[in-house]
Design a protein around this ligand. Sequence first.
Ligand code: GAL
Length: 308
Amino acid sequence: MENNKNYLANGEIWRDTDGNVIHAHGGHILFWRGVYYWYGENRTGNRYVSVYASKDLMNWEFRRDVITTVTKTQEHRIKTDRALVTADGKKINIERPKVVYNKKIQKFVMWMHVENGVDYSLAACGIAVSDTPDGDFIYLGAFNPFGYMSRDCTLFVDEDDTAYFISASRDNADLHMYRLTDDYLNVDKLVNKLWQGEYREAPAVVKREGIYYMFSSYCTGWAPNQCKYATATGMENSWSVLNKIGDETTYRTQPAFILTVADTGSTYYFSDRWNGQNYDDSRYVVLPLTFDSNQNPMIEYLDQVTIR
Ligand code: GAL
């Protein structure tokens, strides 16, 4: 067991405390009872989503493959497709899993992007639930919210516990924002259609000092491009125009999520440095997300980052 890392080396291979390569791509971190849980894509073997746990955000212990080809499924009140393999036994494709806790049903709820394993024509969102953050999730299946296409996605829970699912729609041209039902198990209302025709992907939201920030990339597949952000005074309000952040490839990254550290309130940009030729060798880049005196966000490249 290796449990003594005090920094994260951007773009290097990151290993868990057993020395195995961390597969948590397109991921998300949930803080729960003093522990951070990092969920992400794991395409090795029969796996889809793995979870790792850490108290210091630098030493990660592997906990479980939470969604695999043999995950239990359950019927859901929304008509969903619950297949975790194709008709000929091949893997489907699950991307950008995000997990939040729902107080009402006292369960951990995962939303994700689901495709047929061959192409991106399904454009569906999937849901899974678990009683514990690192237990076996039950897959409730995939569907098209209100019939819409739904690809790159994120979840955001506001301070009043209202949750939002944000996903790329209309062949990625528009970014849709859905308010979720109070159990987080369905879309309740399409509350915003953002940046129509601007092809924003990889959305990530953070709230800081009363301002909501949404980061996203342009749509260029595995190739990195310029990240942009927008601001709003409420999730359902109007969002600003898109502003550039970082350099023209965002230091060869695409957003995964924004982390707010529980103790200090400091924020970090967590991203993927994809390897389109060899997906499993995709890497991670984490950078401090800082704010100037006008509350404009900034990221600058660093080779190594100590999270505090
Ligand atoms: C990216 C997207 C990734 C993945 C990839 C496939 O634009 O953000 O999540 O879908 O395309 O080419």
